[in-house]
Write a protein that binds this ligand. Structure first.
Ligand SMILES: COc1ccccc1CNc1ccc(C(N)=O)cn1
Length: 251
């Protein structure tokens, strides 16, 4: 594995390192890892235990159900991650800042992100305060661990790194970066279950096609995510396209 110039490092601290093959061995991120553009190091706190049973969980002060991640193995894992290369420590938790495309872009400007994937009911608050730079959440729901959110973050950030996406894959990025949803997509056959492809897409008139796609993005954002639209200043052309879309969709 060669280390290329624009080299980005993720370190995931996790009790289930084997889960991460989902991103390190598949798809565009898997290829980026293989090409040495992205490096994903995996550190298991269990490797820093000293007791016979290799204990990684501990009981919560104050009682109550559930366990917490044991402090010492986790602390040692974080220290070893920082020893590889100083980095931004991100804890995936329901209490975190919502991950979105804008945050993914911000994170893609860094060079090393250390991800703590919590298990059980989480981690000791003192360790969090002392070691965590940023808490990030995928959304308002609870998972059994932070591994899936960590992999989502690795994937969303890696796609934004130079040379990770081929030129014909990067289009999808634009449709989110300017705050609109994507337009509908069509491929062969021209007639599928009696439904046809919108004729404009077969016209070869690229300016008309781009206008149609913009109108679809504006209209679908209006229909499905008016909250996103409210945050976006529209040009007069965009406002006109949206008005026309609304007329066609007057329910
Ligand atoms: C009970 O689990 C926890 C409790 C506290 C912290 C972490 C965990 C691990 N679970 C997670 C992690 C992240 C998200 C998210 N919404 O991003 C959802 N669940």
């Amino acid at each position: 594995m060669n280390i290329s110039k624009s080299h980005f490092r993720f370190t995931a601290i996790t009790l289930f390192p084997e889960m991460f093959t989902a991103v390190t061995e598949h798809g565009v991120v898997g290829r980026a890892v293989k090409k040495g553009k992205v490096c994903v190091d995996l550190i298991n706190p269990r490797d820093f235990t000293t007791d016979k049973h290799r204990t990684v969980d501990d009981r919560p002060y104050g009682g109550g159900p559930g366990m917490l991640m044991k402090v010492e193995p986790l602390q040692k894992a974080i220290t070893s991650a920082k020893a590889i290369e100083p980095g931004t420590v991100i804890y995936l938790s329901p209490q975190g800042q919502r991950l979105d495309q804008q945050l993914a872009y911000q994170l893609s400007q860094k060079s090393h992100i250390i991800l703590i994937a919590g298990r059980y009911e989480g981690i000791d608050e003192r360790l969090l305060v002392e070691q965590v730079d940023m808490e990030v959440s995928l959304g308002d729901f609870v998972l059994s661990g932070g591994e899936i959110p960590a992999m989502a973050l690795i994937d969303s950030v890696s796609r934004l790194l130079p040379d990770v996406l081929g030129h014909n894959e990067s289009a999808i990025q634009d449709s989110f970066v300017d705050g609109l949803l994507d337009h509908p997509h069509y491929t062969r056959p021209e007639i599928y279950h009696d439904a046809e492809v919108p004729p404009v897409l077969l016209s070869g008139n690229h300016r008309q096609i781009e206008t149609w796609r913009l109108q679809q993005r504006l209209g679908r954002t209006w229909l499905k995510r008016p909250d996103l639209l409210a945050k976006k200043a529209l040009t007069s052309q965009e406002q006109q396209l949206l008005e026309e879309f609304k007329k066609q969709h007057r329910i």
